[in-house]
Design a protein around this ligand. Structure first.
Ligand code: GCO
Ligand code: MG
Length: 403
């Protein structure tokens, strides 16, 4: 079997996605996801202009060799654009391998270790009561784990709370990043109070998570994690920026709050010190930005060795192929922890279908060969790319901070 064509499709059914179709001379094809929010066209060009020509004529069965060729064979390796492009190719090749074998990808990865992947959803609100109501609604839908985020008084447009409800400062152009305003002091005062409210209102059983979104410095993160200890979080996510792995030691010295990290990593080697020093409890790389399943399963093995569980990134701005890859891996490894999930709107499902489904707190994938996902290309053509950016954050004094 030989690869005859690599097609890159950029479509905007609700939001932008970069989809990769690898076609073969035997009629079998596979779909991957190479979406990098805000830099979609850079990935599309990397694929079309530089990577696709290398793949034509190759045997799609040789995934590891293709991975090594694309990663190491370029000399200039890594980074979010190239690792997202590589993930798109990798997923499409795993999809083909599964279809060729007549087996779902989880079976190729070793077979089921569990029936479904424990899922968590997002709950956010303007105040503690709104968050509480959202959590109650999620529990009624079957979720056992929920991530909770609340608007910070005095700040503008807090991450993870319902977008658009707060006034948005900065640009009014819809195709430019909107600018949120954020200060650490009110944030650090508010979050422990939110957890106190939720524990009193909801009791101890519901598993609660919170995403810091890489905004704190080491001592602030240590203080927050320590003050949250009485509320027994399932995990505190991304407390620090990805650059300073050594700073996680400070958090560890101060608290037993479980720590999750990794959605901004694009290389296995970024995860290594956190795992081998047991500075985190959950590794949550994005399979779509770290080079695909081929790389993620190696990270999972390393994590297993050091008693670290997985919690792969599962936001709405990666396509259902990556969510499917998440779940295929989740249900075939021993050290799975939890899986972030989103419900895709109908318009997305019209274009990309066959992704994981939700069943009473767990995500499941079908037994269809490959990843199980497919694309309606005619429908995709109805939704052309629209330029858009992630938001930005500025402090009260106007300086840029990490979003
Ligand atoms: C999460 C993430 C996302 C990211 C987004 C950026 O935990 O789901 O933090 O919400 O912000 O994927 O592109
Ligand atoms: Mg996050």
């Amino acid at each position: 079997m030989k690869i005859t064509n690599v097609k890159v499709l950029v479509t905007c059914p609700g939001r932008n996605y970069v989809l990769v179709k690898i076609e073969t001379d035997e009629g079998l094809y596979g779909w991957g996801d190479a979406t990098l929010n805000g830099r979609e066209l850079a990935v599309a060009s990397a694929l079309e202009d530089h990577i696709a020509p290398l793949l034509i004529g190759r045997d799609p069965d040789r995934i590891e060799d293709a991975w090594q060729m694309i990663f190491r064979g370029t000399y200039w390796r890594g980074g979010p654009v190239l690792m997202t492009a590589l993930a798109g190719v990798d997923l499409a090749l795993w999809d083909i391998k599964g279809k060729r074998a007549g087996l779902p990808v989880y079976s190729l990865l070793g077979g089921k270790t569990r029936e479904g992947a424990l899922a968590y959803t997002h709950c956010g609100g303007e105040d503690f009561h709104e968050v509480e109501d959202e959590v109650r609604a999620a529990l009624a839908r079957g979720f056992k784990n929920v991530r909770v985020q609340v608007s910070i008084p005095g700040n503008v447009g807090t991450y993870g709370t319902a977008p658009g409800r707060s006034t948005v400062m900065g640009s009014t152009r819809p195709d430019m990043p909107y600018v949120e305003q954020w200060e650490p002091a009110p944030y650090l005062r508010t979050i422990p109070k939110m957890f106190e409210h939720l524990r009193v209102a909801l009791g101890d059983e519901v598993e609660l998570l919170h995403d810091v979104h890489e905004r704190l410095n080491p001592i602030q993160a240590s203080r927050l994690a320590q003050e949250l200890e009485p509320y027994h979080l399932f995990f505190l996510e991304d407390p620090l920026r990805p650059e300073h792995k050594e700073s996680f030691r400070l958090i560890r010295q101060h608290t037993t709050t479980p720590i999750a990290m990794g959605e901004l990593f694009h290389s296995r080697w970024e995860a290594v010190p956190l795992i081998t020093e047991q500075l985190i409890d959950f590794i949550r790389c994005d399979i779509g930005h770290i080079g695909g399943l081929t790389e993620a399963r190696k990270i999972a093995v390393l994590a297993e060795t050091y008693n670290v569980q997985t919690a792969w990134h599962g936001p709405g701005d990666i396509a259902p192929m990556t969510h499917a890859a998440n779940v295929h891996l989740d249900i075939s490894i021993p050290n799975f922890g939890v899986q972030e999930m989103v419900h895709f709107p109908e318009v997305t499902q019209e274009v990309i279908f066959g992704g994981p489904t939700f069943d009473n707190g767990y995500m499941v994938v079908s037994d269809r060969p490959g990843l199980g996902t497919d694309v309606n290309e005619a429908a995709a053509a109805k939704y052309p790319y629209e330029r858009s950016y992630l938001p930005m954050v500025r402090r009260f004094d106007g300086s840029v901070h990490d979003w």
